[in-house]
Design a protein around this ligand. Structure first.
Ligand code: M6R
Length: 608
């Protein structure tokens, strides 16, 4: 999704803006640009393509000036092109705007502005914003921005500069993320914290419809009525290195290797042997929990796949019926929500538009909302009733890896917490699962050591056009995640099937050398699974299997396999996903794909 940055201070704005944008590249983009106030004129430079195009142009011909805005664009309205890139300005470039979000009523506004004599040059929805601000401008930029944004429908985080008030940058958000960085005599806006971390750790997390006026002398927060807002400063505690590659070739590989620590950190302080489970931002009483007649788990993409595991975990441990849904479907299917409903939304970023919409609709209908998120201060974390923070650290690669395993860890902890409140498990059962859970970081570490055989598999299978993933029970849930991982970074067509469904259709796809990755880790389903594997091999399929250490049968029916450290069936997804992530990574690398920034994808999908 688009990323915005802004700078006001004493240094050259252009280099700070480009550096800030480079920290937002992970969000996905197809063009980049900046606008800097230079000798009371606005100079705009913007290009289709990588940020490097903009950086090269600025090296050849710098823009001087200490105040400016910048943007990485992920095309929604209008193809990626120089003219559609941001910043956008009014015709005589007195005002420039960067925008993340979608203006839903832009066609109406554009027609109306055209009737008033305004001219448009791009195909974007954003271009109405500088023109609307221009229309309302009568010498006070704040006033004009308030009036203009009151006419906008949709989502926006915007930064605005005006050559008639050359010391000022104004920003505001609605349904798109925006933070303000507070430095010494220099101030910043950005879509996400990593963009400002080299300069400051003190941040304001803006709420919807909070306006901010930045000058080099300070920052003022106002409501749309112009009243001053007092806000607490959020101090970022994680290290800037956490958002850097740290010697790895790609963020994805680094994040795959951070998984033992990510799970350990997420468990820490919550799970310990012979101690009650304590959760900081979650406060259910036994009565409240017993009052829920249904839990919905709602999320998108990888977070949804974690939810599929979460359903089994909560039902098995806490005996509460759970439905799991894709957020973009759930919000339009008129689900039955009452004050007896608990909705668990799962979102790494905490900004996914569809997930956020489910949270808001659910709240309106009386449900209690528990969020599992990785980002403190994200919209989801601020609007939910209870929050479970996964402690994965910043996840930069578009393909989610460490967020997934920490979301799984969150479900195991919540399942145990609910079970102990409801007394659905005895103490010994709880302690056994806790003890297994505490060993998981080491088991993930050992699974990461299998990389040589996975790399070998990747180099002999990277040129397949299609691949299939099979599993039963929790293995099927992990197969879905493995399939998503491979398709999103290697562009190989993949599908995951519940192995028992094979003979109801998908088996028609199997022919000689069709590549099939199977998971055989659920001991209680092993015999059934072996029969399904035979169905595939009989038809010529080439089978690679993920199996538990100690298994003796799989080798007889599979072409190749990898052994993972054994744990109890319920917890296996935390370990079995590791080889699938590594296979995807190595196949994508072998194909020369940009694993951190796959085509057409954005890290955080903040539009519907
Ligand atoms: O930030 P979220 O967890 O809400 O994001 C949800 C999905 O967009 C995300 O998991 C996406 O599917 C990833 N690209 C998967 O690797």
């Amino acid at each position: 999704m688009c990323g915005i940055v802004g700078y006001v201070g004493n240094r050259q704005a252009s280099s700070i803006l480009v550096e800030g944008l480079s920290k937002l590249e992970y969000r996905g983009y197809d063009s980049a640009g900046i606008a800097v106030l230079n000798n009371n004129e606005i100079e705009v430079r913007k290009f289709k393509g990588r940020l490097q195009n903009l950086a090269n142009s600025l090296n050849e011909k710098p823009i001087n000036g200490n105040i400016g805005i910048g943007h990485t664009r992920w095309a929604t309205h209008g193809e990626p092109s120089d003219v559609n890139s941001h910043p956008h300005s009014n015709a005589n470039v007195t005002l420039s705007v960067v925008h993340n979000g979608i203006i839903e009523n832009y066609i109406k506004l554009r027609e109306w502005l055209t009737s008033k004599g305004y001219t448009f040059f791009s195909e974007t929805d954003t271009e109405v914003i500088p023109n609307l601000i221009d229309f309302y401008y009568e010498g006070d930029l704040f006033d004009a921005v308030v009036k203009a944004t009151s006419k906008l429908e949709g989502s926006f985080a915007i930064g605005v500069v005006n050559k008639n008030e050359p010391d000022k940058l104004i920003a505001v958000r609605k349904d798109s993320p925006l933070i303000v960085g507070l430095g010494n005599d220099e101030f910043f806006i950005a879509s996400d914290i990593p963009a400002v971390l080299n300069y400051t750790r003190n941040i304001y997390l803006l709420e919807d419809k909070e306006f901010v006026i930045l000058t080099k002398d300070g920052v003022e927060l106002r409501t749309e009525e112009g009243e001053k807002i007092e806000k607490e400063i959020y101090h970022v505690t994680w290290n800037v290195d956490a958002a850097e590659k740290g010697g790895y070739e790609d963020f994805m590989l680094k994040e795959i290797h951070e998984q033992p620590k990510a799970v350990k950190d997420t468990l820490l302080g919550k799970i310990a042997l012979n101690k009650e489970i304590t959760l900081d931002n979650i406060t259910f009483t036994k009565e409240e929990l017993e009052n829920f007649d249904k839990i919905y788990i709602v999320a998108c993409g990888t977070a949804y796949h974690a939810g599929v595991v979460g359903k089994t975990v909560i039902e098995k441990l806490a005996k509460i019926p759970v439905e799991v849904d894709i957020a973009s479907e759930f919000r339009y299917r008129d689900p039955m929500i009452t004050d007896k409903t608990l909705i668990i939304v799962v979102s790494q970023s905490g900004e996914t538009a569809d997930t956020l919409a489910v949270l808001r609709d659910g709240k309106k209908q009386g449900a209690r909302i528990l969020a599992i998120t990785n980002v403190v201060g994200s919209s989801v974390s601020r609007e939910a009733d209870d929050v479970f923070y996964t402690l994965a650290g910043p996840e930069i690669a578009v393909a989610s890896t460490k967020a997934y395993v920490t979301q799984l860890a969150a479900f195991y902890i919540l399942g145990l917490y609910f079970a102990s409140l409801k007394n659905t498990l005895c103490i010994e059962e709880i302690e056994t699962i806790k003890s297994e859970l505490l060993q998981i970081p080491d088991k993930i570490e050992r699974a990461l050591n299998m990389k040589d055989s996975l790399q070998k598999f990747a180099s002999s299978h990277y040129n397949h056009k299609d691949m299939y993933f099979l599993g039963r029970g929790l293995d099927y849930a992990v197969a879905m995640e493995g399939s998503l991982k491979l398709k999103e970074i290697s562009y190989i067509h993949c599908d995951a099937y519940a192995a028992g469904e094979l003979k109801h259709g998908p088996i028609a796809l199997i022919e000689k050398d069709t590549a099939v990755i199977t998971l055989l880790t659920q001991e209680y389903l092993k015999d059934k699974m072996i029969s399904n594997v035979r169905e595939v091999s009989t038809r010529g399929g080439n089978i690679f299997a993920v199996v538990n250490e100690g298994d003796t049968i799989a080798r007889e029916v599979c072409d190749d396999l990898v052994y993972i450290p054994k744990t109890i069936d319920l917890l296996t997804p935390l370990v079995s996903v590791i080889p699938l992530q590594l296979i995807s990574y190595y196949i994508a690398k072998q194909k020369g794909c940009d694993v951190d920034k796959p085509r057409n994808l954005a890290k955080s999908v903040t539009v519907e």
